[in-house]
Every structure is written in structure tokens, then in C-alpha cells.
Design a protein around this ligand. Structure first.
Ligand SMILES: Nc1ncnc2c1ncn2[C@@H]1O[C@H](COP(=O)(O)OP(=O)(O)OP(=O)(O)O)[C@@H](O)[C@H]1O
Ligand SMILES: [Mg+2]
Length: 321
């Protein structure tokens, strides 16, 4: 295989532009981290089929120092630490960020007191599940105000992963192909009511901002549309049965809001409240890795929208990645 600049061994096909997506919410507990985690991992799938989402190296940026909601709010870092993943620190090329490789491993122990066994041994993850290694970046200094260090890490991500996998002798042809494509950056930020000034700047500099609101607060979508160019939003934890009075009420409110803001109905992805999502998220398990993985379809839908937006950014309409 031809060698790339600097002899790093990446295939010579020049990766096109990386893409940076920021998840945001007005308040804690809307499911921002759960959505960021699962949507990012939709791109990091390994042996599983295409399903409309291309495989991409993924860099998770955890800019939320702590989950804030009373309801067991999670950070991306905590989800990877608790879940079926092995984390290994890398020498970070970016002074502002600590960087770890996260590798899916169903043999990791379940982090629950009194439980002695792995995710795999308890059947908490499906035996077919597989994910490509990704990067997790956490600021050394939480006052990162600009997106530049994030972009610099994204630019270095493929080579970092390549070196790591080559050193461990685990670089197969599939991973080589995967590392020849541009990486996706997934940013989780604290809720705006907790840290608006610090993170508002970052969110104006990412390629796509995705607000995550709960059904009671769909009105907040107009706030996000004023603050950012919003082309996609998630309403998470909607009542699962679309026919209940509650669900109809939220739909009515959402429709009225959509008449007033520059988002179309198909640019709002609704994710229902599901015990499997709550359970998986509490243990850091990607919903896609669960035996009941059909519920990952909602996250895949968000991923397909991201892909479409990424395509438009890079080539104008019509050309696909
Ligand atoms: N669709 C869903 N169905 C059921 N439970 C969900 C769903 N989405 C998220 N949850 C649960 O809601 C809680 C809050 O989710 P999460 O921690 O992802 O929110 P957050 O916005 O990141 O919160 P924080 O701001 O506190 O970090 C978690 O317990 C999570 O498991
Ligand atoms: Mg969170």
C-alpha cells in the first residue's frame, strides 16, 4: 500500500474534511450524552452492515465535566469507563486535551457492586456486536473556549489511531480502510443554563449543532434556532405510544413551533422513552450492542441526517460519501 506524507502509513487517498457535531441542551437530563454516545457509535460500527451510515473514525469530545441532572446524568467519559470498553491513554499531541483510545470489549467487568462477571458473560451485550476503536478527548483545562484544539485533534485522529493499532499489531484491512476516511468529531457540552458563556462560542464554530430537548420543552427549539444555524434537532424521551393524549399534545405543540422556526418536520428526530435505552445508558452499553438492538434505529436516523449534512458541506448537493 502506498505510504502517505510523513511515512505514517495511511493510505495515500487524501481524507476529505473532518466534521464536527456539537450536542447541546438548555437544561440537564434531556439525554444529550446518551444521544451523543449512541449516535457517534453508529459511525464506529465495525463488521455490521451499512444501514445508510458510513464507517468513520470517531473522536468523542467530553466537554461536560460532570453530568448535571439529578436523574443519574452521565458524561461520555463515564459511559465509556463504565461500559464494555477498554480505555488506554495516548500521548496527546494537543496540550489542552487528554486523549484515550476506547476499544469495545465485552469481557470488561460489569461495574455493579456484587456482580462478578463481564458484559458478555451476563448476556448484556449481543455476541455479534462490534465497534471500531475510537478516541475520547477530555480537556485538561475545562475552560476551552474555542474549537481550535478540537479541530487539531480531529486532524491528527486517524494517524493516532493508526499508530496505536499498528503498535499493537491489530491493524487489519478493514481498519486501514476505515482510517482512510475523514473522522467525525462528536462534542458533548454542559447544559446551557449551567455554562452558557463558555460553550456558546464553541457551538458557533462546529459544523452542525444538534439541540436535544425533551417533549415538555420543545418550545426551546426556537431559542436554539435564534442562537445557532440549526438544521437538525432531537426531541428525546417522547411518550412511546404516539396515540396517548400526552403524545398528541406534544405533537401539537411541536407542530405549532415548527411553523415559526426554520426547521422542517423531517429535521426533528423523535426518540421515545424506552427502558432499554435507560438501562443501556446507565451501564455505558451502546444500544446497538444490546440483544434488543432494534431500538438503536432512532440513533441511526440521527446519524443518517449527520451524514447528509456532512455530504452537503463537502461537495454541495448530490455527491455522496
Ligand atoms: N430515550 C430514552 N429513554 C429512556 N431513558 C433515557 C432516554 N434518553 C436518556 N435517558 C436517561 O435519562 C437520563 C439522562 O440522560 P443523559 O445523562 O444522557 O442526559 P444529559 O442531557 O447528558 O444530562 P446531563 O446534563 O446531566 O449530563 C439517563 O438516566 C438516561 O439513561
Ligand atoms: Mg450528560
Amino acid at each position: 500500500m502506498p505510504r502517505a506524507r510523513g511515512g505514517c502509513g495511511l493510505p495515500s487517498r487524501e481524507p476529505a474534511a473532518p466534521f464536527l457535531v456539537g450536542f447541546t441542551a438548555y437544561k440537564g437530563g434531556t439525554g444529550k450524552s446518551t444521544v451523543a454516545f449512541n449516535v457517534g457509535l453508529e459511525f464506529a460500527r465495525y463488521y455490521q452492515g451499512f444501514d445508510g451510515v458510513p464507517r468513520r473514525p470517531v473522536v468523542f469530545f467530553d466537554l461536560d465535566p460532570q453530568g448535571r441532572s439529578d436523574e443519574g446524568g452521565r458524561t461520555l467519559k463515564k459511559m465509556f469507563e463504565d461500559g464494555p470498553f477498554r480505555l488506554r491513554s495516548l500521548h496527546s499531541p494537543i496540550p489542552e486535551l487528554d486523549v484515550q483510545v476506547v476499544e469495545y470489549d465485552p469481557d470488561e467487568p460489569v461495574p455493579v457492586d456484587g456482580v462478578n462477571g463481564s458484559f458478555g458473560s451476563y448476556g448484556l451485550v449481543d455476541s455479534d456486536a462490534s465497534f471500531a476503536p475510537a478516541l475520547l478527548a477530555v480537556p485538561k483545562n475545562i475552560r476551552i473556549r474555542r474549537v481550535k484544539p478540537l479541530r487539531r485533534l480531529l486532524a491528527a485522529a486517524n494517524e493516532l489511531l493508526f499508530q496505536y493499532l499498528e503498535d499493537r499489531g491489530s491493524l487489519d484491512s478493514k481498519l486501514r480502510e476505515y482510517l482512510s476516511s475523514p473522522p467525525l468529531g462528536v462534542v458533548d457540552t454542559p447544559p446551557m443554563n449551567a455554562a452558557s458563556d463558555t460553550f456558546a462560542g464553541i457551538l458557533t464554530q462546529v459544523d452542525l449543532v444538534i439541540p436535544v430537548v425533551d417533549p415538555e420543552n420543545v418550545r426551546q427549539l426556537s431559542l436554539f434556532c435564534k442562537l445557532y444555524v440549526t438544521r437538525l434537532a432531537v426531541v428525546n424521551r417522547v411518550p412511546p405510544d404516539g396515540l396517548t393524549r400526552e403524545a398528541k399534545f406534544f405533537d401539537g405543540v411541536l407542530n405549532r413551533i415548527l411553523n415559526k422556526i426554520p426547521l422542517n418536520k423531517d429535521e426533528v428526530v423523535k426518540i421515545p422513552e424506552r427502558p432499554v435505552i435507560r438501562f443501556a445508558s446507565a451501564l455505558g452499553i451502546p444500544v446497538r450492542a444490546r440483544p434488543d438492538k432494534r431500538h438503536s434505529g432512532y440513533f441511526r436516523e440521527v446519524a443518517r441526517h449527520i451524514r447528509a449534512d456532512w455530504n452537503r458541506r463537502r461537495y454541495g448537493s448530490g455527491v455522496r460519501i
